[in-house]
Design a protein around this ligand. Structure first.
Ligand code: SF4
Ligand code: SF4
Length: 246
């Protein structure tokens, strides 16, 4: 690992706002946030206390970006892997400290050094290249929708699952796992939309992945690109609302 310190400092400066510094300053180290974190609840180790995940950013600011490879490895280990950025900890913090916000800002520092964990990086690459983070092909996507629609039509003969329907009221998006691993979820969504009489459409090959793995990874340009694709799909179809199912 070779660090690019000027680039790291640039990333740090772009994240070093008043809100972030205030949150780091006011933490009382009371540990109440631990009650809200599923990682701590399932494995109550000190390093699973949410406040612990703010340490790399606090230390990075104290060192003004002058860190070494060992520090960056500790940063990566601390802010990836055991935080889903669910924000439950914030609900338990008496100050409402945005730990997920700080985790994401810290991940951006890792991204600046090309240190996104491989599993996450490959999912992000899939999302950018193929249009969804599991790399599902257009054929597989359409076949799964067709399959679930056929099943649903046994129960609701008039059910529909339009793709790229211009002028629909709502564009519905969903998690790629609902296509690849849990098609019964897709069945449930379609049943609900049809039962509700919703004027909906699904997106074609791009713009249907409701996850934003760029946001999760801390990669702002990628996050903007992925969000932009969903918005563009909605605008092209002329919908009034984009519904995310996650
Ligand atoms: S609950 Fe809030 S103030 Fe207490 S340790 Fe956690 S983040 Fe800090
Ligand atoms: S945002 Fe991270 S630290 Fe906070 S409760 Fe969720 S998983 Fe735990």
């Amino acid at each position: 690992m070779t660090l690019d310190i000027p680039k790291l400092k640039q990333a740090l400066n772009s994240r070093n706002g008043a809100r972030l510094r205030m949150w780091l300053d006011i933490c009382a180290h009371c540990g109440l946030c631990a009650q809200g974190c599923h990682f701590y609840q399932s494995d109550p180790r000190p390093e699973h206390v949410p406040a612990h995940r703010m340490k790399p950013m606090a230390e990075m600011l104290r060192k003004k970006g002058e860190v070494n490879e060992e520090f960056m490895q500790w940063l990566v280990d601390t802010v990836y892997g055991t935080c889903t950025m669910c924000q439950r900890c914030t609900m338990f913090c008496p100050y409402g400290i945005g730990i997920a916000f700080i985790v994401r800002a810290t991940r951006a520092l890792a991204v600046s050094q090309g240190l996104t964990p491989p599993g996450l990086a490959s999912g992000l690459q899939n999302a950018l290249d193929v249009g969804n983070n599991l790399g599902i092909t257009d054929e597989e996507y359409r076949e799964t929708i067709e399959w679930q629609l056929e099943e649903l039509q046994e129960e609701m003969p008039n059910a529909v699952a339009p793709i790229d329907k211009k002028g629909a009221e709502v564009l519905v998006t969903f998690h790629p796992r609902d296509i690849k691993f849990y098609p019964q979820n897709l069945y449930g969504y379609l049943k609900l939309y049809n039962a509700a009489g919703l004027d909906f459409t699904l997106a074609g090959s791009k713009g249907w992945d409701s996850t934003n793995i760029g946001l999760f990874a801390g990669d702002d340009p990628a996050a903007a690109e992925l969000c932009g694709r969903v918005v563009a799909a909605g605008e092209n179809l002329g919908v009034r609302t984009i519904l995310t199912a996650e």
